[in-house]
Ligand binder design. Sequence first.
Ligand SMILES: Nc1ncnc2c1ncn2[C@@H]1O[C@H](COP(=O)(O)OP(=O)(O)OP(=O)(O)O)[C@@H](O)[C@H]1O
Length: 587
Amino acid sequence: MPPSTAPLSLRSHAPRDPHSVSAWSLIKPYWVSKEWRIAWTLLIAIIAMDLVTVRITVFLNSWSAQFYNALQTKDVRDFPHLMIVFSGIVAALIVLFVYRRYLSQMLGFRWRQWLTDQFLREWLGERAFYRIERDRLADNPDQRISDDLQSLATTTLSLSLDLLSTVVTLVTFIFILWTLAGALTVTLGGKPLVVPGYMVWAAALYALGGSFVMQKLGHPLVSINYQQQRVEADFRFGLIRVRENAEQIAFYDGMRTEENNAKTIFARIRDNWWRIMKYTKRLSFVLSFYSNIAFIFPIAVAAPKYFAGAYTMGVLMQVRSAFSTVSDSFSWFINSYGTLVEWRATVNRLREFKRVIHTTHLKESVLPATEHGGINLHFVDAPTLTTRGLKLALPNGTPLTTIGDVAIEPGSRWLVRGASGAGKSTLLRAFAGLWPFGDGAIDAPVDAHMMFVPQQSYLPIGTLKAALAYPAPADAYDDEACREALRTCRLEDYAARLAESAHWTRVLSPGEQQRLAAARVLLHKPDFLFLDEATSALDAENEARIYRLFDEHLPKTAIVSVAHREALAAFHPHTLEVERSGERAVA
Ligand SMILES: Nc1ncnc2c1ncn2[C@@H]1O[C@H](COP(=O)(O)OP(=O)(O)OP(=O)(O)O)[C@@H](O)[C@H]1O
């Protein structure tokens, strides 16, 4: 078996440049998918609510002028009326706020669900997930599918909706501020200079200046955030491995090593976090300076006209609130900077992931698998599985072994032997279409049911029946057939526990797991059965019994066994010797 212990990102050979998949190609497909109707309806409803909110804010702005004027002139008659109007405005804003959030959560989730379906299909389909792990093409796919897709959907939605309502607000309030504040006349070099809409220019300069400083100071955060997501996922993956291998670690007394390993990975989180803190500190200085100054800045700019008697108190307040709205809108970039940075990091990770998934699909389905030609797997209308000039190589092209021409007839029994590391499991991978590295061809009978049973079979967490029926669904076999298969493989005690749910890999002993795998074979009745040391944990008597069962129940099934035990030769009239980088020998 290939060694595989280092953290994934350390082993990652993924090309660095993710630019061949654009951000747009991640975002667009949902909006033109089958779900487009509901997606656009929700989006339009949210935008409509945003526009109504802007309209109400405009109304609130003119209300504020009347309100402050009423206060200044101590107008007791108008005051209660203005308070009632305000209650109406607040009620409308509350309803809009609640339903806008509700609908955007709904849309965000629907989009995420759609994206998850797509990515799951592409990742699991065509075995891209296997190739990604085998060739170490991308780190932490689980994180990309669970966290990154969620953040792509929700953040893209919130950022773009925010941007849209900001632009609408900006345009509306620029108009209000322009008309309200009027022009300012300044004397330059003895000549009077009229600046029309001077408060708008002041707000724009104020916000653009802030955004410029923010971008200058904060741009390294994009790559640091990308790195943070990666090291967090590595850390989590390391802890999951401890959980999954708890018993082995406890037997080896490997706790201190595990603790040190976890601390080493955590040190990378810490180092990266210091960098995040350093840049966030700089940004916080700018942000806090900026937001505090925003309180007084508009009044300072409007003061000359107020003292000259051009504005009443109400107009001054209205100008101030319009100025804040305009400069807030201009500052959209500054306020969303943190979110934009995380969004960029997420998008880059997904672009890289999508590119890797697509490349692996292309690489093995269209192009030759290696520069040495690659193993071509054909499906032919013949009952025999044959190899023609088959040579296996490592992914880097180093020759591994030569298999040559072999014909595996239905019902035949083959024992594959050879030293450890010679390439026996790799040969089975090639039969399964999982190993394209090498030369020659494999002709596999079309529609033949092939089953590969490794030393430790995968048992899904769930009912014993589901574990037994895997990869078929639990209801593919009736209970009595399942119980009979278990009893035949001497698992009588478990025959009554079919409906029990458990983490069966932890419950069953390795020998019991191998007998469960044998029972699975009896249920599935494959045409070709490949056993990779699948009975190694059994005593000689039980092992022989399993092979006799196969002879009895599966006479038409071709069986190819990879095994070291001599005793198994009695069950296999044919032998295939696999020698590392040497000549093949067929007996
Ligand atoms: N994904 C991989 N990347 C690089 N090398 C690999 C990979 N998978 C297997 N190998 C190498 O290919 C060689 C053959 O491995 P294989 O698992 O086929 O050996 P084997 O004959 O089944 O050995 P054993 O009897 O010990 O199970 C080994 O040297 C192994 O390290």
